[in-house]
Design a protein around this ligand. Sequence first.
Ligand code: NAD
Length: 435
Amino acid sequence: MIQKQEILAKKIKELERIGDLINAPEWLLGELRTPKTVLKMKIRASVAGKPTILNPICVLHCNPYATGASPYKGGLRYHPSVTEERLTVFGIDMIEKNALARLPFGGAKSGIPLDPSQCSETELRDITEQMTMEMLKYNIPHPDIYVPGPDIGTNPTIMFWMYVKIAEMNHFRNISNVAATVTGKPVKHNGMPGREDATSRGLLIQLKEFLRLSQLKLSYSPTIAIQGFGNVGANIVRLMKDEFPDFRVVAVSDASGGIHNPAGLSIEKMEEWQKKHKTFAGYPEASAISNKELLELQADVLIPAAIEDQITEDNAHVIRASLVYEAANEAITPEANAILYDRGIPVVPGIVANVGGVVVSFIEWSKNRGDRKHQVDFAEVKEETLSELTKIMQQVIQNVWAKSTELSCSLPDAAHILAMETIRDGLREKHSYQD
Ligand code: NAD
């Protein structure tokens, strides 16, 4: 297990390595090494019926655009592993993602070190409301300053609770477009049809384009293994049937372990089982496997869609997939990326693969900022959103593929280079940097 400070040190080392490749000015690395603002909060809550002090953190990392017109953007995470260091790393990922997708956002991340499964619904709502009240003291969330969205352990309901609290308190701030303070809201509460599965749908759209560009040879009836069965992982499995009817999902997992069936797994049966048992343990039509075994399976495509630090220098040598599509942020360490590249296994990094979530959040934020329209035809909105998502997901992978071909480098290196060049150009203009 990677220690908490180590993840940030590794990220910075990686940025420095990429910086060398593009001859980056020292000021660029200075901008990226440390966050602009870190807000540390304290709330008094109840967790599993016990009084508990919780410490929410919000990291506004760096914004190559004029804050005030282009806010910081990044998810809200409820997970025991949340630390300032981790949120800083994810804040850097967010700037890179926004740069790759050409979205006018800075990079941010917020979270609470908390296992939400320990909380009753009332406790979770109270925690969310208290954290929102603390943030409001610092004028965030705000459509022009910081706009959170869902991430691990949070969902549209939690985003809705935040939105309701922000709206209730709006008489102190009088923001005209208060709906644009939070994205990932439920559709009937100014959310965007298609936001919930946008990350997964975007990834599959992009995977198709990647297979076209790379002409990667897969087996006759390609197999896919997915780590993580939350918003991203479960939606990938759900959408596979329509998007990739020839593929077989042969393995899935959650935090408690996984299941494997070489003949393929049924999404309907898995969902029914998960709903009832909240774990894959005991699932009848497959063999039980550990998360470690899942990652090492012989599969055409491996999608880590759970949590960070899953493929490291310890197991990169034994990965047997033909392609790794990184859905979870930071699931593959820089060392593991280098090993997989040397072994000829292509890796599409998270900053490329999971950008669909923020793309649809951008559409939600833009619509919520503008004049409100009477919108009843959700199918039409979904269609428009899908068309924009498709265009951006394809463009991102096309640009990264072209860069990796031009420089004969790995896809993660190409993505970081493209992102850093865009961030450098934005910051240079914004702050009149003279190299
Ligand atoms: P989620 O909380 O809905 O699901 C996470 C899943 O991972 C659950 O099935 C959980 O059991 C599993 N998991 C947690 N810890 C694990 C461990 N140690 N080993 C194996 N499995 C583990 O979260 P999500 O929204 O699906 O996010 C998954 C990843 O995708 C995260 O890295 C997140 O930052 C990234 N991401 C999510 C979105 C989004 O729109 N939700 C957008 C971009 C990136």
